[in-house]
Write a protein that binds this ligand. Structure first.
Ligand code: UDP
Length: 238
């Protein structure tokens, strides 16, 4: 399961979709699929709307603002689908909010069948519920479809650092963490609800830079890229 944030679609832009970033993502997905991976994607929507911001700026109640923002993830899903199919990668979009003209509804077993057939399944609209995030949607769907790992794509950040690497040039990457570390205020890999879900089911999380070429393929080939979050930081099992 690959979690793409809206930010990764926006690249350097503040809003919308950057063609170059989209191309970079498509290349990574295409490579992974060619290498034989079954790949599902949960796409965020922060590049279009972010519930909390919409609620505050427009004075719209939180639930409505969240539904508006979930629709933003559908826009991203359709853009990603179009770009992948343009490169010959078969895809299906499944949405947690019914929007049948453009996407299938989320049906777990159908999603798994698509994956078996080599189609990339793009999950849109997060969990379908306000007050959640697409991080939580990615953890949830990953567990539902029995994914081996959750790949948390970051934008030009190649893992978890001991300090903010943008402000501290001597910050060091932390190659291995446990789930409790995710709940610390200093680490922003995913929200606590998503982290708790992964922790409860021991779902390995890999935090990596999606904009570095070949990273998804390398991770799927077993290379140690970025930071791994798993049960005990001292265990050598991974
Ligand atoms: N959202 C929601 N429920 C979900 C998933 C997303 O209400 O299950 C809304 C929420 O308002 C959120 C927005 O959709 O701010 C965009 O999702 P997210 O912030 O997770 O996107 P990302 O940060 O990955 O771009």
């Amino acid at each position: 399961m690959l979690k793409l944030s809206g930010e990764s679609m926006a690249g350097e832009r503040d809003y919308g979709i950057d063609p170059e970033s989209l191309r970079a993502i498509v290349n990574q997905v295409q490579e992974a699929v060619r290498a034989g991976a079954e790949l599902a994607i949960v796409i965020g929507g922060g590049n279009i709307f972010r519930g909390s911001q919409v609620a505050e700026e427009l004075g719209i109640e939180s639930a409505t603002a969240d539904y508006m923002s979930m629709l933003g993830t559908v826009i991203n899903a359709l853009a990603l689908q179009a770009a992948l199919e343009e490169q010959g990668v078969p895809t299906r979009v499944q949405s947690a909010m019914e929007i049948q003209e453009v996407a299938e509804p989320y049906i777990r077993r159908r999603a798994m069948r698509h994956l078996e057939k080599g189609r990339v399944v793009i999950f849109a609209a997060g969990t379908g519920n306000p007050f959640f995030t697409t991080d939580t949607g990615s953890a949830l769907r990953a567990l539902e479809i029995g994914a081996d790992a959750l790949l948390m794509a970051k934008n030009r950040v190649d893992g978890v650092y001991d300090r903010d690497p943008r402000r501290h040039p001597d910050a060091k990457i932390v190659p291995r963490l446990n789930y409790m570390d995710l709940l610390s205020d200093d680490i922003s890999v995913m929200d606590d609800t998503a982290a708790t879900l992964c922790s409860g089911q021991n779902l390995p999380i890999i935090v990596f830079d999606i904009l570095r070429e070949g990273n998804v393929r390398r991770i799927l080939a077993g290379e140690k890229i970025g930071s791994l979050v798993w049960r005990s930081a001292s265990s050598d099992e991974a």
